[in-house]
Ligand binder design. Structure first.
Ligand code: IDP
Ligand code: MG
Length: 148
């Protein structure tokens, strides 16, 4: 079973979209392995977005992520890295497919409501950075109706 890191960004928390966003992942059958409501430090934001530090939008991106509380999650499922990103839609809500979180709940790239890891390597790195060993395995009784 694969794991990914997903974060509900400060704009979504401020707009009261936490339940809506978690519900979309839950209804798909994705399993929650860890979750916390937290304020992101400058340092954590810098580490999380280290790969983007040379981008022109980097400073604004860090300000955005530390501007209010977020919900950080580890999600689990078969092929969940790809499936979580498909559920979110592509980076720019203006281009995201209708039915995705970003298309349905957002308008601009700099306020795109969610983050999801983009590869096996980044998922492992982000889960360790945000949760350390706090994501645990648990038995969900409906798993046999969701995973073949
Ligand atoms: P992703 O979140 O879809 O993986 P990345 O390219 O990893 O997209 O960018 C990380 C985040 O940086 C995006 O989700 C978005 O919040 C922000 N971002 C990316 N490109 C731009 C841009 O051109 N202008 C402003 N913000 C951007
Ligand atoms: Mg990314």
């Amino acid at each position: 079973m694969e794991r990914t890191f997903v974060m509900i960004k400060p704009d979504a928390v401020q707009r009261g979209l936490v339940g809506e966003i978690i519900g979309r992942f839950e209804r798909r059958g994705i399993k929650i392995a860890a979750m916390k409501f937290m304020q992101v430090s400058d340092e954590l934001a810098g580490e999380h977005y280290e790969a983007l530090k040379d981008k022109p939008f980097y400073k604004d991106l860090v300000s955005y992520i530390i501007s209010g509380p977020v919900v950080a999650m580890v999600l689990e499922g078969s092929d969940v890295i790809k499936i979580a990103r498909n559920t979110m839609g592509i980076t720019n809500p203006a281009d995201a497919a209708p039915g995705t979180i970003r298309a349905d709940l957002a308008l601009e790239i700099g306020r795109n409501v969610v983050h999801g890891s983009d590869s096996v390597e980044s998922a492992a790195k982000e889960i360790e950075l945000w949760f350390g060993k706090d994501a645990f395995a648990w038995q969900r009784d409906v798993d046999t109706w969701i995973f073949e």
